[in-house]
Design a protein around this ligand. Structure first.
Ligand code: NIG
Ligand code: FE
Length: 416
C-alpha cells in the first residue's frame, strides 16, 4: 500500500464499478470493480484497486458511488446545433414524396436555414441553441462539437462560431467548434462557386484561425455541395492554418471525399453510407475515425447503410454522433444514437459506447485527453444507477446519470 498516494487529489470516488472504455483494461467495456479513483486539478490522477488504497490521511472530498457504474462523459462529436428556424415543412414534403436532394435544388434545405440564421443576432442564436444543448447535457453529454455552416458569409459564419463559443461559459461542458463554411454554395456565389471557395481559403479561414474561433474545418463533399478539387483546396488551407480536418462524405453518393480527407490526416470522415472498400482502407491507413450518423439515416429514411462490417474488419475506429441539425437530424439525443447505432447499423453495445466516448474523442483530435477512465485523462465522468453498461445502448428515455463530473468538478442538475 502506498502512503499519501491521494495527497494531491481534491476528490476521491469510492464504492463504484467502472466501465473505463480503456482498451488497455482487458475486460468487456474495460470494466473494473473494486477500484478507487482520485481526481487532481481536473484530471484522473489515481486509479488503484481498493485494497491498495490508503485514505487514512486523505482530507479532501470522498464521493460515495453507492455501487453505481462510472463511465466517461459522453461526447457528441458532430452537431450543427446553432441555427435559426425549423424545417418541419420539408419533413412534410418528404413524406409526400419529394427527396432531400430535390428540396435542396429548389432552394430549400440548407439554404432555408441559412436565411433564418442570417436573420438572427449572436445573442438570439444562443437563445435558440440553449434547449438543444441542454437536452444533450441532461442525458450525459460532457463534450459537444458544434459546426458553423448556416451563415455562408464571413460575418454570419463568425457569428455562429462566436455563439457556439459563448455557450461554454453558461454550461458545464466542453465545446469544440468547426468551421463548415463549405456546407452549401451561397446564393451570392451561385454561378461562381470557386470564388466562394477562394473567399473561404483566403479570408474566412485565416480570420477564424487568427481569432482561434474553430478547432477544425469541415467540408460537405457531395454533388449538391462541393467537388473534390474544391474540397482539396479547403483542406490544404486548413492544414496550413494548423486546424483539424473533418468531412461530410459519401452520404448521398460515392464522391471520394473520405479518402481525400484521410490523405490530409483528417480527424474524422462522417456519414459514409456510400463508402467503398478503397475508402475504408484510406481511413485505416490515416487513422481517421469513421463517424456514423444514424439519426440522419433514420430521418431521411435511407436504406443504404454504412459498411460497418468492412470498417470493423479493417480496424477503423467508429464514432456515433447526433448530427443535430434542422434538416436531416432534428434529434437532440446522443443516447438515441447509441440505440440506433445498434438497431439500425448493427454495432454491438460495446462498440456503440466506445463510439460516443473513446472514438468520439479521437474524432475531435482529443484522443489523448478525453474518452476513457485512464490516469492522465480529463475527469469528465458520469455515474449511473445501472447494472450493466449495455443498458446505455439498449434502453432509451428513462436513464439519466445520477452524478456528472466535468473538469473534475461536480456539475449539478439539471444542466449545471
Ligand atoms: O450533416 N449533410 C450535410 N449537412 C447536414 C444537413 C444539413 C441540413 O440539411 O440542414 C447533415 O446531414
Ligand atoms: Fe452534419
Amino acid at each position: 500500500m502506498q502512503k499519501n498516494q491521494f495527497s494531491q487529489c481534491e476528490r476521491v470516488l469510492v464504492n463504484l464499478r467502472m466501465a473505463t472504455l480503456d482498451p488497455a483494461v482487458d475486460a468487456p467495456y474495460g470494466q473494473l470493480d473494486n477500484h478507487i479513483l482520485g481526481l487532481c486539478r481536473g484530471r484522473i490522477a489515481v486509479l488503484v484497486p481498493r485494497q491498495e488504497a490508503d485514505l487514512s490521511s486523505f482530507d479532501g472530498e470522498i464521493v460515495d458511488g453507492q455501487g453505481g457504474l462510472l463511465t466517461p462523459g459522453l461526447i457528441d462529436s458532430h452537431t450543427h446545433l446553432v441555427y435559426g428556424g425549423h424545417r418541419a415543412r420539408e419533413f412534410e414534403q418528404r413524406l409526400l414524396g419529394k427527396s432531400y436532394e430535390e428540396i435542396a435544388r429548389a432552394g430549400g434545405g440548407i439554404l432555408a436555414t441559412v436565411n433564418a440564421t442570417r436573420g438572427l443576432s449572436q445573442e438570439q442564436l444562443v437563445v435558440e441553441a440553449r434547449p438543444r444543448l441542454e437536452a444533450l447535457l441532461d442525458e450525459g453529454v460532457t463534450t459537444v462539437e458544434i459546426k458553423s455552416g448556416y451563415g455562408l458569409t464571413m460575418a454570419d459564419e463568425l457569428k455562429i462560431l462566436r455563439a457556439a463559443r459563448a455557450l461554454v461559459a453558461e454550461y458545464p461542458v466542453r465545446i469544440s467548434t468547426t468551421l463548415l463554411a463549405a456546407h452549401c454554395v451561397p446564393p451570392e456565389f451561385r454561378t461562381e462557386p470557386d470564388r466562394y471557395v477562394e473567399m473561404i481559403c483566403q479570408e474566412l479561414l485565416p480570420q477564424v484561425a487568427e481569432e482561434k474561433l474553430a478547432d477544425a474545418v469541415d467540408v460537405f463533399c457531395e454533388k449538391i455541395a462541393f467537388t473534390l478539387p474544391q474540397s482539396e483546396r479547403i483542406f490544404a488551407a486548413a492544414r496550413q492554418a494548423g486546424l483539424g480536418i473533418k468531412v461530410h462524405a459519401e452520404q448521398l453518393s460515392l464522391s471520394g471525399g473520405a479518402a481525400l480527407a484521410a490523405g490530409f490526416g483528417a480527424w474524422s470522415a462522417d456519414h459514409l453510407e456510400c463508402l467503398d472498400e478503397a475508402g475504408v482502407l484510406a481511413l485505416q491507413a490515416a487513422g481517421t475515425v469513421a463517424t456514423l450518423l444514424p439519426g440522419a439515416f433514420y430521418f431521411l429514411r435511407e436504406t443504404r447503410k454504412p459498411p460497418v462490417e468492412l470498417l470493423r474488419r479493417h480496424g477503423v475506429p467508429m464514432a456515433l454522433a447526433s448530427d443535430l441539425n434542422p434538416g436531416t437530424s432534428p434529434l437532440a439525443s446522443l443516447r438515441l444514437m447509441l440505440n440506433m447505432g445498434c438497431t439500425l447499423f448493427g454495432l454491438t453495445p460495446e462498440e456503440a459506447l466506445a463510439a460516443v466516448t473513446r472514438n468520439a474523442a479521437r474524432a475531435l483530435g482529443q484522443g489523448d485527453a478525453l474518452g476513457s477512465l485512464s490516469v492522465g485523462k480529463q475527469a469528465d465522468l458520469l455515474l449511473w444507477d445501472i447494472d450493466h453498461p449495455a443498458q446505455l445502448a439498449g434502453e432509451f428515455g428513462s436513464l439519466r446519470p445520477r452524478l456528472r463530473i466535468v473538469r473534475g468538478e461536480v456539475a449539478h442538475a439539471p444542466c449545471g
